[in-house]
Design a protein. Structure first.
Length: 183
């Protein structure tokens, strides 16, 4: 029971103090579950983020579900997911109730300008950490550069880019493994 409450409260805190969506939550999730709680090893968190990003849904919700499941099974997944969703749910209810009355005030516009700047910074920090963890050799560097090029300069769907990156990685590392096992 204590573990479920810890998962719920940890992800409640993450959900309550992160604006800008799932990618802005990545640094907070990493700090909380790797550094503070030590639920997930530093080398494993990038894999959880990759899995969470590759399945349908919001990355923060998917990540919280995966971590909750890893820590405490199905009930842990429910506790972590509930914790990360609850603040957004409550904030949306409050905003929907009052936003029309305050949306165009200079104070609210200034607050959102500041929040937007902070969110961009958090996303850049998350991207930097993910690149540092994911680009480990020449092959992963080429996949990274090819992905950046494809997404920026072509109309190829990011879904196909992710699938192609996975296939290239799988085939390449299978070939490397076969060469190592061949006398």
């Amino acid at each position: 029971m204590k573990t479920y409450l810890e998962l719920f409260l940890a992800f409640l805190k993450i959900g309550a103090f992160t604006f800008g969506g799932g990618y802005a939550m990545i640094p907070l999730i990493e700090k909380e579950v790797v550094v503070h709680k030590k639920w997930v090893h530093k080398d494993d968190i990038i894999n959880l983020f990759a899995i969470a990003q590759s399945i349908p849904g919001a990355i923060a919700i998917n990540t919280s579900t995966l971590i909750g499941y890893k820590v405490a099974g199905r009930r842990g997944a429910i506790a972590a997911t509930s914790g990360v969703i609850l603040p957004s749910f409550l904030i949306i209810i409050v905003v929907a109730t009052f936003f029309g009355k305050i949306a165009r005030t200079p104070t609210v516009e200034a607050i959102f300008l500041g929040i937007n700047g902070a969110v961009v910074a958090l996303i850049l920090v998350a991207a930097k950490r993910m690149v540092q963890s994911a680009v480990v050799d020449g092959l992963t560097l080429m996949i990274f550069m090819g992905t950046v090029f494809s997404v920026i300069f072509t109309t190829i769907s990011p879904v196909w880019v992710i699938i192609l990156g996975g296939l290239i990685g799988f085939v390449s590392y299978q070939q490397i493994r076969e060469r190592k096992n061949t006398p």
